[in-house]
Design a protein around this ligand. Structure first.
Ligand code: CO
Length: 465
């Protein structure tokens, strides 16, 4: 008899819509179904962090903290999980340790249980401050291995990393395959090797982009994975996670217990079909993102990055160069010492690839983030960068080798003062700290909305000019 079991983490409230439709699902579209999801038997609901915060204040005019509180209020049985980019939190640069601590304190207070903490370079020094804060404030620290392939990313590399994460105090480990390139054959080798060196649950996270994810999950469960991440079928497949129902039915039929209540799952599926249709109609959900694209196995481009690259090129009126840009991505990645393609590296490598293709000359234009990366400000690169290449981009600029955040002064109180009247809560200060321009704009709209008369005034002034 098969007495295997596995738990399921549902991603429809975070990764699924981030990967398929640029994180545009609104809180109003989530709330009516949260109680059903809470009764479905999931290990956790991933519903916060990643790009959700940025998207809420930038596009949805929503308070991300409000979303967290509202979902928490309706979730009594299931853990709430967020994705946290280590020292980058949910932004795109390194923040000072006091911001990291305050952010995590507030996230725990508002309802997050599980913090999936990763660093884009797998530089463990960049996870230390978040780990310390999660432990201090009483959360579950799931430390992450970003999976990627290159000459340096061997099984030994990953098991060494796992050992280090365990020594740091991980409550669980996530093998995070943001690009959907983990194949069943590799899973069969890597998962027993990881299980050998860790004594906490192992969560495997992948994307259906290349069409191998369900097979990989199956192999992962067979090989001892304790948790897998799936998305309900209306927003499953494509650049998102493989569909929850298909996995659960397959595993259960084989006698592998998932603790999932299929009636509740079906209820949620019916609900999200309507939500999906709404976003298809509004154009936020481009059906292209739901296609299977085995090229991901070659280009290693994660779901979110594929959709971003496509819309970046569309915005520049150059969507016909999509293929060329995809081919340039691995070249840029090699030049930079094989960083895993995950935020913010995926955006940085993607933008550089777009520049290299659209300007017609490689590294003619280089974003400041890439220069900072070559100055060591993001941490240690997985493979060494060629010194001649580095010099050609940053000249004789200083290159740091210690923990990047050691160069940052505490900033929370300074930012609170800077924000003045708009700093009504610590959460407001964090919004400003993480997204200075967009965050301030959001807070201004929230607390000092432009009055009807004023907006008429503005229109008149514009017309008279
Ligand atoms: Co993901």
């Amino acid at each position: 008899m098969n007495n295997k079991k596995v738990r399921i983490t549902e991603t429809i409230l975070r990764d699924a819509h981030q990967s398929l439709m640029a994180t545009r699902m609104s809180t109003d579209d989530m709330l009516p179904i949260v109680e059903t999801l809470d009764q479905a038997g999931y290990y956790a609901l991933e519903m916060w962090g990643g790009a959700t915060y940025d998207s809420a204040i930038r596009y949805l005019n929503e308070d991300p903290w409000e979303r967290l509180r509202k979902i928490r209020k309706r979730t009594k049985n299931t853990k709430l999980q967020m994705l946290l980019r280590g020292q980058n939190l949910i932004g795109y640069r390194h923040y000072a340790d006091d911001i990291v601590d305050k952010f995590i304190e507030k996230a725990v207070e508002n309802g997050i249980d599980v913090f999936r903490i990763f660093d884009a370079l797998n530089d463990t020094r960049n996870m230390q401050a978040s780990l310390d804060a999660v432990k201090k404030h009483g959360g579950h620290a799931q430390l992450t291995i970003c999976y990627t392939t290159s000459d340096v990313h061997t099984i030994e590399y990953f098991t060494d990393l796992a050992k280090e994460l365990i020594e740091m105090g991980a409550d669980s480990i996530c093998l995070k395959d943001m690009a959907g390139i983990l194949t069943p054959a590799v899973a069969r080798k890597i998962i027993p090797a990881l299980k050998e060196v860790i004594n906490v649950p192992l969560d495997v996270h992948t994307h259906a982009t290349a069409g191998v994810a369900s097979m990989t999950y199956f192999e992962s469960v067979e090989a001892g994975a304790d948790i897998i991440d799936t998305a309900l079928s209306p927003l499953g497949g494509g650049t998102s996670q493989p569909p929850t129902e298909s996995l659960v039915l397959t595993l259960e039929e084989l006698g592998i217990d998932t603790q999932i209540n299929m009636d509740k799952v079906q209820e949620a599926v019916d609900y999200f079909k309507k939500i999906r249709d709404k976003y298809l109609e509004s154009g936020d959900l481009d059906p292209v993102m739901m296609f299977t694209d085995p090229r991901a196995l070659i280009y290693q481009v994660p779901g979110g990055m594929l959709s971003n690259l496509y819309s970046q090129l569309q915005g520049a009126g150059a969507s016909d160069r999509y293929q060329e840009v995809l081919e340039e991505v691995p070249n840029v990645r090699e030049d930079l010492g094989f960083p895993p393609l995950v935020t913010p590296m995926s955006q940085m490598v993607g933008t550089q690839a777009v520049f290299n293709v659209l300007t017609g000359e490689r590294y003619k234009m280089v974003p400041n983030e890439i220069k900072d990366y070559l100055r060591g400000q993001y941490g240690k690169t997985p493979a060494p960068v060629d010194e001649e290449f580095r010099q050609s981009i940053i000249g004789d600029d200083e290159v740091i080798t210690d923990r990047p955040a050691d160069h940052l002064e505490p900033e929370f109180e300074t930012l609170r003062e800077e924000l003045g009247d708009l700093a009504r809560t610590d959460e407001d200060v964090l919004t400003y700290a993480l997204f200075p321009e967009v965050g301030k704009q959001y807070l201004e709209n929230k607390y000092n909305p432009v009055q009807e008369e004023d907006s008429d005034e503005v229109i008149k002034i514009r017309i008279h000019r």
